[in-house]
Design a protein around this ligand. Structure first.
Ligand code: 76R
Length: 249
């Protein structure tokens, strides 16, 4: 049996994709819509306070295309907190004007492929904790997709030796690092949690950098040979003002 990579796991993640039920929103009167918008303001305020208190992080993006209208990305310490956030949102008046389109449950993950480790507890290191409990950047754009590493007879990631995987990951990391300052990535692990093995969430102020990075990685062996990808979601940062503008009739 090959050696499993060790992971450090951080905050749990919920990517909650919704669409707006425009027929219901348009059928509501001004007063009803005002109640819905108030809900939204209260949610955004409370999520911002959680982030301020460093007890989690939330980012909201519109989604371009027909897969969803917006996504709320929550990072929290526990699955219970994610569950509570989702249910609280579902109970709100605002949620009556939305439909659920997709969701993804995972946990922020760092693996030991490239880190040497100096024998000390990595959780005592502020720079490691900042990566395990990241404040989601409020970049202009987001890109999310789930992925697997292949398990086919000829190309089975999980049957490669630790050393082979380390060598492959080195090249992956080098490409990734060449996008430093342009794309911020958060890798969340989801084996045993959701339908794919990882969620990839990318942030950038220039959406073209998503295409350039993902394209370049396709030529790298880790992705070219072993990557399998789900649906891609791409969108634009939604502030409260942006949300109000979006909902304006
Ligand atoms: O964490 C680190 O910085 C160490 C290097 C590193 C690891 C271990 C790293 C760097 N990644 C790691 C793990 Mn990655 N990554 C992806 C995708 O579309 C594709 O082809 C793949 C989707 C992107 C775009 C990306 C970007 N990475 C992983 C893993 C877990 C693998 C496992 O455990 O088997 C996956 C699934 C994955 C996928 N990666 C980077 C990036 C970028 C931009 C970097 C550089 C990060 C930096 O230096 O800040």
């Amino acid at each position: 049996m090959s050696e499993a990579a060790q992971t450090l796991d951080g905050w749990y993640a919920l990517h909650d994709f919704r669409s707006i039920n425009w027929a219901a929103w348009k059928a509501a009167d001004d007063e009803e819509r005002a109640v819905g918008l108030d809900d939204l303001r209260v949610f955004l305020q409370s999520w911002a306070e959680t982030e301020e208190a460093k007890a989690g992080s939330t980012a909201i993006y519109s989604i371009v295309g027909q897969k969803a209208d917006f996504v709320i990305v929550h990072l929290r310490e526990t699955l219970e907190e994610l569950n509570a956030l989702e249910t609280e949102f579902d109970k709100s008046t605002f949620a009556d004007y939305t439909t659920k389109t997709y969701s993804y449950v995972s946990v922020v993950e760092l693996s030991n492929y490239l880190g040497k480790g100096d024998g000390t507890d990595p959780r005592q290191k502020p720079e490691i904790m900042a990566r395990l409990q990241p404040i989601l950047p409020k970049s202009k754009h987001i890109c999310f997709y789930p992925m697997n590493k292949k398990r086919e007879l000829a190309d089975n990631w999980y049957m490669l030796s630790m050393e082979e995987r380390q060598n492959l990951m080195r090249s992956h990391g080098l490409i990734g690092r060449s996008y430093a300052g342009k794309v911020k990535q958060i890798i969340t692990g989801s084996v045993g949690l959701d339908d794919w093995e990882w969620g990839v969430t990318l942030f950038s102020d220039d959406a073209l950098q998503f295409k350039k990075l993902v394209y370049e990685m396709r030529f790298d062996e880790v992705s070219a040979r072993y990557g399998e990808f789900g649906s891609f979601y791409v969108g634009n940062l939604l502030t409260l003002e942006g949300f109000e503008q979006l909902l304006k009739l």
